[in-house]
Every structure is written in C-alpha cells, then in structure tokens.
Design a binder for this molecule. Sequence first.
Ligand SMILES: [Cu+2]
Length: 130
Amino acid sequence: MKPAVITSLVLGTVLAVGAVFYLAPGPGVPPAATVAATLADPAGQFIEITAKDGYTPATTHARAGVPLALKITTDGTLDCSSSLRIPALGWAEHLAPTGTVAVPIPAQKAGTTLVGVCSMGMKSFKIIFD
Ligand SMILES: [Cu+2]
C-alpha cells in the first residue's frame, strides 16, 4: 500500500474509534440508538419509572432475554433521586429537574435483579428479570 493509503486508513480508524467513545454513554450501556431499535422491535419492551422523592414504581418485572428500554422521567425533581446510578451497567447521570432519559439495557438472564440507586444510596428501584 502507498503511504497515503495507510495514513488515511489509520486516520479513518482513529476517527471511527473516537466517535464510538464520544457517543458511548458509559461502559456496559449500548448507544442511544439501541433504545429506538428496542422500541421498534416487536419483542422489545420498555419500563417507565418516575424519579421524584424516590422512584416509582420501586419494583418492576421485565422479561428475561429481551432488550429493555428504561425510561426515567423527572417532573420538578429537586431531590437527590435526580442523581441516579445503575451500578451493574456502569451508568450514572444527573437528570434534569424535568425531562425523560432512556437507558438501553441489554437482554438480562432470568433471575437477574437490576438496581438503580440515588447518589446517596438512600432511594432505589429494582427491575426483576423473569
Ligand atoms: Cu438520595
């Protein structure tokens, strides 16, 4: 290969890898486009949780083996439940006081319990996959 070809290949790879890192919300969490794909998938599922003075509902069930789009909504949320972590996914975000974020969650094994917790560890929700 000519040096110019090698240079453009290397540059292209660096740009592609950089874009992936830039777009990735965190380790273990697929890109945001996965949420749309999950919602469009007839087998896909979603769960809605409200974050305000804790998380409602605190316990939900989801199907195992199917990707999940988790929608978290804040509505004038000024307490610490707006600062949310899902440790098993390496996901953490400080949510706007009002709005909705969608977290793509890859298919989980039956028996898995995924826990979301506020930054102070006082309030939490769990999703049980069965
Ligand atoms: Cu808290």
